[in-house]
Design a protein around this ligand. Structure first.
Ligand SMILES: C[S@@+](CC[C@H](N)C(=O)[O-])C[C@H]1O[C@@H](n2cnc3c(N)ncnc32)[C@H](O)[C@@H]1O
Length: 159
């Protein structure tokens, strides 16, 4: 299985980079894992709602340019569907069983994901109603993907 996370903007803080690098290393024995970063658009607080839509649209086009037709896409969205870690683990196993070997997760920028990206997605995942910073979301998601493989293996990592 190939797993890709597409994120908007560069990861700046070392502690996020270190955390992600640790889980990415652990994931190496289960899957080919990569993070693809697309450039973010400047989004000052003074933007009008149509300017905000333009920012999301531009970021959305960059995201979509990194997705191939064969990829199964999960969009991360607060209003998406919540799952337990066990359900998520089962879902990934089922996708592999049904021949989906390229799984892509998309995390939006500071203004969220454009409608075109939501439309392209095959499923939407919510980590609950809290708004998480997109950089932290990358780390949390990477850990949950690792956890999903450990659950599937029956590892005591998941208690
Ligand atoms: C700072 S948030 C964007 C907030 C924006 N107001 C929105 O509603 O999408 C950046 C990205 O992180 C992800 N994200 C943040 N919190 C999330 C949550 N609780 N569940 C799923 N994804 C989340 C989403 O992909 C979101 O586009």
């Amino acid at each position: 299985m190939n797993i890709k996370i597409i994120g908007v903007g560069k990861l700046k803080e070392k502690y996020f980079k270190d955390g992600i690098a640790e889980y990415a290393k652990r994931l190496g024995r289960f899957t080919k894992f990569q993070i693809v970063e697309v450039p973010d658009e400047k989004a000052p607080e003074s933007l009008s709602s149509s300017e905000m839509e333009t920012v999301k649209q531009k970021e959305g086009e960059r995201i979509l340019s990194k997705i191939k037709d064969k990829e199964y896409v999960f969009a991360l969205a607060i209003e998406g569907k919540e799952r337990s870690s066990e359900e998520f683990s089962k879902e990934l196993t089922q996708l592999a069983t049904y021949g989906h070997s390229d799984i892509t997760f998309v995390i939006g920028g500071s203004l969220g994901l454009d409608a075109a990206v939501m439309k392209r997605s095959n499923a939407q995942i919510s980590f609950g109603r809290f708004t998480l910073p997109h950089q932290l979301m990358r780390l949390v998601l990477t850990e949950q993907i690792y956890r999903a493989f450990m659950i599937n293996e029956g590892s005591p990592y998941h208690k």
